[in-house]
Ligand binder design. Sequence first.
Ligand SMILES: *Cc1c(COP(=O)(O)O)cnc(C)c1O
Length: 399
Amino acid sequence: MTKDKGPLGGSLMRPFPAPGSASWPVVTPIYPSVVYASETPDALDAQYEGRVSGYTYSREGHPNADVVANLVGAMEGIEGGTLTGSGMGAVTAVLMGLFKSGDHVIGGNQLYGRSLRMMKEDLPRLGFGVSLVDAGDADAVKAAIRPETRAVLIEVVANPTLRIADLDGIARVCREAGVLLVVDNTFTTPRALRPFEHGADIVIHSLTKLLAGHSDVMLGWVGARDAAIAQRLDVFAVTAGLTPSPFDCWLAERGMLTFPLRFEKAQANARALAEAMVDLPGMARVIYPGRPDHPDANRAAALVGGQGGNMLSFELTGGRAAANAFTAAARGLNFAPTLGDVGTTISHPASSSHRALTPEERGALGISEGFFRLSVGLEETEALIEVITAAVDAANRAG
Ligand SMILES: *Cc1c(COP(=O)(O)O)cnc(C)c1O
């Protein structure tokens, strides 16, 4: 497993050759075909028995999905993996494809909103036991483990507080208890962290975010270290119809080719912006995993090193009026609930991702009306600092 072997870990694939041509396209063709024809029943036998490789029906797999699955797999340091129609498809494949009624799973209590909802609403309805714990506390995970516990699902960087999970501590607990460790690596990306190297058994991605990176395609990926588990995930994804469309895969491949460059630029912007924002008037706090004043600075340094990523949160001292003034004044930056776009996007958890919580519950997480999360994009650094500084100024005047 090498970390810096070129833009995609040295894994750039040559597209399939064009029929009847000695030369080949430099871009992967799109294969929209739902079905694939074979020469004879014997040829089909050979394919189903794995003696030759080939496609049959696109829900079961198609070239565009395989190209993208292999790219993500190479970045995470495993072979292949399964592509799904969204990040939630990948979460579903793990939680519903591997376990059964009576099993118990543990989740981080600050997981992505829909993952949390699946654990709180859907899994109990299907007869699962579920416990939600602070992923910053490996002892809490250990205390939640029962004889019937099958898996622990965590994200390394919590949304929107950007707290850092005790990945190594939890990996140790899981290993000792014989429980699968599942890591949703969407926020961190394999550029900053490769969970399999820290003992994860299964890794999940929403490619919708940074990996595809242009807010024009929804896609997910799940990969497992153990071949038998990978196979079960793949079979479930096919059975449940989680397979993505060839065109979406093609868009994602195109986006992923520039992922390392986009990541570096967005991260450099986030670091510079955090630096510029800490001393602004009306700024209660700035949270960025690469900063020494981050609440989990030591853990961040150990896990992601200098790779603090592109996500930055901050809290204005003003309330809702200041928040309204901030988004209205942030010229050219979209106030929109996503992340990983080429442009900087602004999220206000109190009115979006965390609106279902009571003000007290939000308060316990440190999410006030003045709390914002930025997904920093690829703008020119000085221009971005200027726009944010002006928006904070407008917020101060309003709130
Ligand atoms: C967005 C996201 C998901 C879900 O991905 P979709 O592609 O939107 O279904 C899962 N986990 C994390 C951490 C996310 O940010």
